[in-house]
Design a protein around this ligand. Structure first.
Ligand code: HEC
Ligand code: HEC
Ligand code: HEC
Ligand code: HEC
Length: 445
C-alpha cells in the first residue's frame, strides 16, 4: 500500500511536469530569445521586463553567468579529466554530463537553433518555447495564457524547486544524476539552497509591475518549500533501485560524505572524530544518510506546520534507523519520508506568512533542539545558507535595515568560515558561531 501510494505520487509529479509543458514542445535555443528587441538589450530598461536577461545570464565574472558557462566547463581540464577517468570519452558528447551541463532535450525536441553548447539555456528553466515563443510578448498574452502554452510558472515555489533540483540535486531524467564515482573522479559536491541560489542568478526586477503580474515572492516560503522538495527528491531517487544502489553498496552520493572521508587512528588514546546524533538513530559507526535538508525541514515544520512536525520527525528517524536494517526496509521508510515531506511542501506552498516568521525560523534553527543535530559538514553548511537567506528576506521586507544587517554580517561570516573547508570543520566551534549569528539577528527583532 505504501509502495502504491508512493508510485501514485510519483506519477502525479511526472504528470504535472508534463502539464507544465516541460516534456512537450521544442527547445528553440538561446538565439531565439537573444534578439536586441527581445532579451538581448545592453541595458535593463525594458518596459515590462528588463530585456537584458541575456547579458546577466552571460556575465562572465559573476555567479549569475554560471549557466552560460556550464557547457564550457565540460572541456576544462577538470571536466575532461573526470570524463576520461570514467571512460566516458569526450565530456561534451557524454549524456551523463549533458543532462545538467546543457539544456536537456530529447530527440525530436531540438528546434533549428538549439545548441547544446549554449549550456544551461533560457529554456532549461523557462521550458521549451515552441508553444509560446511567438505569442508571449503580444498584447493579448497574459502570464496565465503563456503558462497554458507551456511556460513554466517559476514564480511558484514548487515549480521552481522542481526545475532547479533536477540539476542541483538530481533527477531520473537522462543524464541528471551525479554519482559518487563522478565525485571520486573529481566532480564537485552538489550543494544547493533554493532562495539563495535564486538570488545569485536573478535577472528580473521584483517591482510593482512584476508583483501585479505574478504576485509577491515570499523568501521564507521559497526556502521552506525548497527544503521539502529536496527531501522528497532525495527519498524518491534513493527508493529507485537504479539510483539507490551500485554493486553491493548503496549509492554513496546519498550519504554524509565525511562519515567515511575522515582520518582514522589506531592510537588507543585517539579521540572519536564523529558524534552520535539524536535526530538520526542508526547502528554505531554506520555511515549516516545526508540529512541537511531533513534538519532544515524539521526546523521549519515546527514553525510553519506544527501539526505535522512530529509526524515528519518520526518518519525521518524511522528512515535513518531502517538504513541499517536492509534495502527493503529502507525503501519502505523512504516512501513514508517522501509522503511526509510532500505534505509539508503542499501546506507551506499553500499560504503566506506573518512578517516575523523569518525571525522565528532563525531562532528555531539555532535553538537547542535543532542545534544538537549539526554534527556534520553538510547539515552545517545548509544551516548557514538558511540564516543568510532569511536575513536577506528580513532586509528585503524592510524589517531589518541594511546598516543593521551589515553589522551582523561579521557573525554570519564567522559561521560561513566554520564551514569553509570540510577538513577544518569542527562541530562545536560551528554550533557556537551559528548560535552567535542567530542571537545577533534576534536582538534586532
Ligand atoms: C545532476 C546534474 C549534474 C551532472 C549529471 C553533472 N554535473 Fe557537473 N556540475 C553540476 C552542478 C550543479 C555543478 C556546480 C556545483 C556547484 O558549484 O554548486 C557542476 C560543476 C561541475 C564542474 C566544475 C565547474 C566549475 O565551475 O569549476 C565540472 C568540471 C563538472 N561539473 C563536470 C561534469 C562532468 C564531466 C560530468 C559528467 C561526467 C558532470 N559534470 C555531470 C551538475 C551536474
Ligand atoms: C537557471 C534557471 C533560469 C535560466 C537559465 C534563465 N532563467 Fe529567466 N528566470 C528564472 C527565474 C527563477 C525567474 C524569476 C521567476 C519568474 O518570474 O519566472 C526568471 C525571470 C525571468 C524574466 C522575468 C519575467 C517577468 O515576468 O518579469 C525574464 C524575461 C527571463 N527570466 C528571461 C530569461 C532569458 C532570456 C534567459 C536566457 C538568456 C533566462 N531567463 C534564463 C530562471 C532562469
Ligand atoms: C539543466 C541543469 C540546471 C538547471 C535546471 C539549473 N541549474 Fe544552476 N547550475 C547548473 C550547472 C551545471 C552549474 C555549474 C556551472 C558552472 O560551474 O559553470 C550551475 C550553477 C548555478 C549557480 C552558480 C553556483 C556557484 O556557486 O557558482 C547558481 C546560483 C545556480 N546554478 C542557480 C540555479 C537556480 C536558482 C536554478 C533554478 C531556477 C537552477 N540553477 C537550475 C545546472 C542547472
Ligand atoms: C560509505 C563510505 C563513503 C561515503 C559515504 C562517501 N565516500 Fe567517497 N569514497 C569512499 C571510498 C571507499 C572511496 C575510494 C577510496 C580509495 O579508492 O582509496 C572514495 C573516494 C572518493 C573520492 C576520491 C578520493 C581520492 O583519494 O582521490 C572523492 C573525491 C570522494 N570519495 C568524495 C565523496 C563525496 C563528495 C561524498 C558525499 C557525497 C562521498 N565521497 C561519500 C567512501 C565513501
Amino acid at each position: 500500500m505504501a509502495r502504491l501510494s508512493f508510485f501514485l505520487i510519483f506519477l502525479l509529479l511526472t504528470d504535472s511536469f508534463a502539464a507544465s509543458g516541460a516534456l512537450a514542445g521544442q527547445y528553440e535555443g538561446v538565439a531565439s530569445c537573444a534578439g536586441s528587441t527581445c532579451h538581448g538589450r545592453n541595458e535593463g530598461d525594458g518596459k515590462v521586463v528588463r530585456q537584458d536577461e541575456l547579458r546577466i545570464w552571460q556575465e562572465s565574472s559573476s555567479k549569475s553567468g554560471a549557466h552560460s558557462r556550464a557547457f564550457a566547463v565540460l572541456s576544462s581540464p577538470r571536466g575532461a579529466r573526470i570524463a576520461a577517468d570514467l571512460g566516458l570519452g569526450n565530456a561534451t558528447a557524454a549524456t551523463a554530463c549533458l543532462g545538467c551541463h546543457s539544456t536537456l532535450a530529447r530527440d525530436g525536441q531540438r528546434g533549428a537553433r538549439y545548441r547544446a553548447a549554449d549550456g544551461v539555456g533560457c529554456e532549461s528553466c523557462h521550458g521549451p518555447s515552441s508553444g509560446w515563443l511567438s505569442s508571449h510578448y503580444a498584447v493579448p498574452a497574459s502570464h496565465a495564457s503563456n503558462v497554458a502554452n507551456g511556460l513554466v510558472p517559476l514564480e511558484k515555489a514548487q515549480a521552481r524547486a522542481s526545475v532547479c533540483l533536477d540539476c542541483h540535486f538530481g533527477s531520473d531524467k537522462p543524464g541528471q544524476f551525479v554519482t559518487h564515482s563522478m565525485m571520486a573522479a573529481g566532480h564537485p559536491r552538489v550543494s544547493f539552497e533554493l532562495d539563495l541560489f535564486s538570488a545569485l542568478q536573478q535577472h528580473h526586477n521584483f517591482d510593482d509591475d512584476y508583483k501585479r503580474r505574478k504576485g509577491t515572492t515570499d523568501s521564507v516560503q521559497m526556502w521552506a518549500v525548497g527544503q521539502a522538495q529536496a527531501v522528497q527528491r532525495s527519498a524518491r531517487l534513493f527508493a529507485q533501485a537504479r539510483y539507490g544502489n551500485t554493486g553491493i553498496f548503496p549509492e554513496l552520493y546519498f550519504f554524509d560524505c565525511h562519515s567515511c572521508h575522515r582520518a582514522i587512528s589506531d592510537n588507543p588514546g585517539a579521540s572519536r572524530t564523529f558524534e552520535t546524533n539524536p535526530g538520526r538513530p542508526t547502528t554505531f559507526g554506520y555511515p549516516p544518510y545526508n540529512d541537511e535538508n531533513i534538519i532544515m525541514l524539521s526546523a521549519v515544520a515546527r514553525v510553519l506546520a506544527p501539526g505535522q512536525a512530529d509526524r515528519f520527525d518520526q518518519a525521518s528517524r524511522n528512515f535513518h534507523a531502517a538504513m541499517a536494517q536492509g534495502r527493503p526496509q529502507a525503501v519502505a521508510a523512504a516512501e513514508k519520508l517522501h509522503t511526509a515531506a510532500g505534505a509539508l511542501s503542499d501546506e507551506m506552498a499553500g499560504r503566506g506568512y506573518p512578517d516575523d516568521t523569518a525571525f522565528t525560523v532563525i531562532r528555531t534553527i539555532a535553538g537547542s533542539a535543532i542545534r544538537s543535530r549539526f554534527t556534520d559538514y553538510a547539515g552545517s553548511s545548509q544551516a548557514v545558507m538558511a540564516i543568510d537567506t532569511l536575513l536577506n528576506a528580513l532586509v528585503r521586507e524592510g524589517r531589518v535595515t541594511l546598516g543593521a544587517a551589515a553589522g551582523i554580517r561579521a557573525n554570519i561570516n564567522r559561521a560561513y568560515a566554520a564551514v569553509r573547508s570540510p577538513q577544518q570543520y569542527d562541530s562545536a566551534a560551528y554550533r557556537a558561531a551559528l548560535s552567535k549569528a542567530a542571537q545577533s539577528i534576534e536582538a534586532l527583532r
